[in-house]
Design a binder for this molecule. Structure first.
Ligand SMILES: Cc1cc2nc3c(=O)[nH]c(=O)nc-3n(C[C@H](O)[C@H](O)[C@H](O)COP(=O)(O)OP(=O)(O)OC[C@H]3O[C@@H](n4cnc5c(N)ncnc54)[C@H](O)[C@@H]3O)c2cc1C
Length: 415
């Protein structure tokens, strides 16, 4: 492998790749970041902006399995699979189903909670150190329910969160109205999470992390990586134009496209995309005090500096199909029942590719083929939330080949 142009080459300039670049550059490692589109141009650009540290339950759970068949009958519902894509995604769905069995579910909830603990500990210090703490909003969030019965049905989930020391407060009546005035009449019950944080705007924050990495010596280059290659003493990327760049480590942080690069070194990884949709209205659209989470319909309403964002939904439709923005419109109709005063003019629609593993846990750690290639992808609904934790683990592995965190649950070889 001989030629070593950088200590580390990172493929992917989303929130994961840029956080890793920041962490490494800040500790003196020479870093090249490669992205075919630019910084923060994919999932990290338009997400809902939540540091959802409380979200420790994997998506594959008995509750979701129970509701999924009903959702699938509603083509614009919270979960959908375009007919043509169903055969392609069947193997992933089988793994998703297996991940919902009690033994696996308990282990993955523990692993998710451990990563959330690390994320909670690492996020604010990293943003402060990078000069980006002004992007953080510490307003908490409200899980909102459309009836007392559905709030009651959520109580077992809250008990599980209590067991993981996650603080919350069940709210109704005057307390709920004080936390968020102007709710629709059906939304009488909720649960307030005081420690939930959001960001001013995920695009601005992610760009800020990228700029902080560059200010500490990292280099960015817009280029497409065609494949990877490795030897005992290093790894290299082969770009689409045929040129090569050598490094001590290559980090694959290419979001929903990461499995394609893993395949070029002979590792098959069951990564799929959960496509998500949203609409962002101008800030004047509603006086939103904090993020609202609508668990029954799988979407959130976020107060960003750049506007009010209504978004969520899961469409298991792969990387190539055109967006179906009727999904964004369906979510806005639902949000208008939650916030009857929401002004729905001048909305901007967006679709993004969540990189998702069947058990809702990311892949963080060495490739099964070589310790010279490190993986950092598959964070699904939680990439922003877990970015600082992922950067911490990968930086340890680059610097010393060892992580003080138990990374077995996030191993690329677990399937
Ligand atoms: C609607 C929606 C709402 C969400 N809300 C939240 C939320 O509130 N909180 C939260 O924590 N998470 C949320 N997420 C999830 C979060 O956005 C993702 O988990 C996260 O952005 C993934 O970051 P990433 O860096 O792995 O991927 P990306 O941001 O997709 O970045 C991957 C990058 O790799 C590049 N790339 C890929 N292949 C190559 C190649 N061969 N060569 C060069 N470059 C390549 C791409 O161009 C891209 O820039 C949401 C997602 C969606 C869709």
């Amino acid at each position: 492998m001989a030629r070593r142009d950088y200590d580390t080459v990172i493929v992917g300039a989303g929130v994961i790749g840029l956080s890793i670049a920041y962490r490494l550059a800040a500790s003196g490692v020479s870093v090249l970041i490669l992205d075919r589109k630019g910084m923060a141009e994919e999932a990290s650009r338009g997400n809902a902006g939540a540091y959802a540290f409380a979200d420790i339950e994997p998506l594959a759970s008995p509750g979701v399995m129970f509701k999924a068949p009903g959702w699938l009958f509603d083509p614009l519902g919270p979960l959908s699979i375009p007919l043509g894509y169903a055969p392609r995604i069947a193997p992933w769905l089988m793994r998703f189903f297996r991940a919902s069995w009690p033994d696996r579910l308990e282990a993955s909830t523990r692993a998710q909670a451990a990563l959330m603990d690390l994320a909670r500990a690492r996020t604010e210090p990293m943003l402060k150190e990078a000069g980006l703490a002004h992007h953080l909003r510490k307003d908490g969030a409200i899980y909102l329910y459309s009836s007392e019965a559905s709030w009651r049905a959520s109580l077992p989930m809250w008990s599980k969160r209590e067991a993981h020391a996650i603080p919350f407060e069940h709210v109704s009546g005057a307390r709920l109205a004080e936390l968020q005035p102007g709710l629709g009449p059906r939304y009488t019950h909720g649960t307030f999470l005081p420690q939930w944080m959001t960001v001013s705007d995920p695009y601005q924050l992610t760009l800020g992390i990228g700029k902080a990495a560059l200010a500490r010596g990292a280099t960015f280059r817009q280029a497409e990586v065609a494949r990877l290659d490795f030897a005992e003493d290093g790894a290299r990327v082969v770009l689409a134009d045929g040129s090569t760049i050598g490094a001590g480590h290559v980090v694959v942080a290419a979001g929903a496209w990461s499995h394609k690069l893993a395949a070029t070194i002979g590792q098959s990884i069951p990564l799929e995309t959960e496509r998500g949709y949203n609409t962002t209205f101008p800030p004047r659209a509603f006086d939103l005090r904090r993020q609202l989470v609508l668990p029954e319909d799988g979407y959130v309403i976020s107060p960003l500096d750049t506007g009010i964002r209504v978004g969520g939904a899961v469409e298991l439709g792969g990387l190539d199909r055109k967006p179906d923005f009727r999904r964004s419109e369906a979510l806005v109709r639902k949000a208008s029942c939650v916030l009857p005063g929401l002004e729905t003019a001048d909305g901007v629609q967006w679709m993004g590719f969540r990189p998702s593993m069947p058990d809702s846990l990311p892949v963080i750690g060495p490739s099964a083929k070589t310790p010279r290639v490190l993986y950092a992808f598959g964070h699904g609904h939680l990439g922003l939330t877990q970015s600082a934790a992922t950067a911490h683990i990968i930086a340890d592995l680059v610097r010393s080949n060892v992580s003080c965190t138990d990374i077995k649950p996030y191993s690329s070889a677990r399937f």
